[in-house]
Design a protein. Structure first.
Length: 177
């Protein structure tokens, strides 16, 4: 490998994280703080801050009300449904399936076969969106509190053509829109 190619290969990873401010040619990097960006790029035209709860995987119960495949025409009863519950572990795998209160290892009540170990995507493909989703409350592993810490998301929008938005998570630059 020639010396020029070697230098290019070694510099490529560091070059790819740096970019210019939206409104000038000062260099900034992902991982810079809000203060560093304001110093390099100036005050944005618009600044928004919000707190969002992180998406921590938790066990879930999905409930479906599947129409019955037969009707009792002699009694002229309205269409009935089968209550179908699928319980997922924190990894999104089905660990329990109940149809009208009966636990079973698999069912085709939605048309396609759903079995224990199926993913949430597989169940959605077979049954659609659930009527009700019950989620276990997430706990923050480091604090043990009942509420996980919220992420503070700050967006700086610069009035350039086209407008550029810098997104910070907990005071650190994470992305550029």
């Amino acid at each position: 490998m020639t010396m020029i190619k070697m230098i290019f290969v070694f510099l490529l990873p560091t070059i790819s994280y740096a970019f210019f401010c939206p409104n000038n040619f000062n260099q900034i990097n992902f991982g810079d703080t809000i203060a560093q960006i304001q110093q390099q790029c100036g005050t944005p035209a618009k600044q928004e801050t919000k707190e969002i709860a992180p998406d921590i995987p938790t066990p879930q119960e999905w409930n479906y009300y599947v129409p019955r495949t037969y009707t009792l025409s002699a009694t002229n009863q309205p269409e009935m449904t089968l209550k179908t519950q699928i319980i997922f572990d924190a990894n999104g795998k089905a660990i329990n399936i109940n149809v009208n209160g009966l636990s079973m290892p698999s069912t085709n009540v939605c048309g396609a076969v759903i079995q224990l170990g199926a993913t949430q995507d597989t169940v959605k493909a077979a049954c659609g969106n659930p009527a009700i989703i019950n989620k276990q409350q997430a706990t923050a592993p480091q604090t043990g509190s009942s509420q996980p810490p919220k992420n503070k998301i700050t967006e700086f929008t610069y009035s350039t053509t086209p407008p550029v938005t810098l997104v910070f998570e907990n005071g650190v630059l994470k992305s550029k829109k």
